[in-house]
Design a protein around this ligand. Sequence first.
Ligand SMILES: NC(=O)c1ccc[n+]([C@@H]2O[C@H](COP(=O)([O-])OP(=O)(O)OC[C@H]3O[C@@H](n4cnc5c(N)ncnc54)[C@H](OP(=O)(O)O)[C@@H]3O)[C@@H](O)[C@H]2O)c1
Length: 281
Amino acid sequence: MINNLQDTIELNNGIEMPGIGLGVFQVENDATVEIVKNAIEVGYRSIDTAAIYGNEAGVGEGIKQALASTGLKREDLFITSKVWNAGLSYDETVIAYEESLQKLGLDYLDLYLIHWPGKNKYAESWRALEDLYTAGKIKAIGVCNFNISHLQDLINTASVVPVINQVEFHPRLQQVELRAFCKEHNIQLEAWAPLMQGGLLEDPTIAKIAEKYGKSNSQVILRWDIQNGVVTIPKTVSKERMVQNANIFDFSLTEEELQVVNAMNLEKRVGPDPAEFDFML
Ligand SMILES: NC(=O)c1ccc[n+]([C@@H]2O[C@H](COP(=O)([O-])OP(=O)(O)OC[C@H]3O[C@@H](n4cnc5c(N)ncnc54)[C@H](OP(=O)(O)O)[C@@H]3O)[C@@H](O)[C@H]2O)c1
């Protein structure tokens, strides 16, 4: 289990990934600059963006400014982006990767993910990711929103097993079977919408635990993530809340408290269901 904001977990290809990162979904490009700079300055080392978020340029500028202000080096950071559904052919994926690098102003990514499986679209895209990875252009490759059937299908033909499956995961959607499958295949689960996009911040069951430790609901949920070995990437635009979300290493949930949160599971989503989601923009 990780013990501080910069602590890492080892992925199945030996690459180290911070257990906590900052997500920047639904953040305007211009605003992203300051937010990413703040995050790195307060100690975050992992940033999660995607081509479809439209803020890769802002992330890149924030990184550039943070490297200048902190003296950190590019290799101290762990940067993730994702290829969007609209272009999952082999060639489109290679071009999308180059475009993401260009917008970010980087010459490699630590992690590149297929954003959604779509319907039978991911095989070619995965082949492109494998080639980019084998050529040394990406440190690690993975997927998002893959169900067991998608993963099984991919693994059957892939030469590289995904390092990560980034899925919606929070106390109301605990993905019990998928987590077990990922564990069995040494695929790290990463939580998107760990805070249920804000939906659990007033939840009374979590608030009761939070009160005991003098913590917020957000901190209890993120602590539950790390005690479960799940990589988590809460999004916030606020520097204060970034610090708060990372201040989860001075308390520990008891076995009983973990079970109380586990019992909240309803397998309820706030985002789309990957079994049906196939839209393009
Ligand atoms: N692969 C995928 O398909 C996929 C899909 C969705 C998201 N993601 C990734 O996962 C990341 C996280 O998910 P998410 O952004 O959807 O939702 P989230 O992290 O569960 O929730 C973000 C919400 O919680 C609020 N918040 C954060 N910390 C808080 C705190 N300490 N106190 C009170 N409110 C707090 C934020 O508001 P403020 O900003 O105002 O603080 C925001 O409204 C995304 O940013 C993105 O990088 C991936």
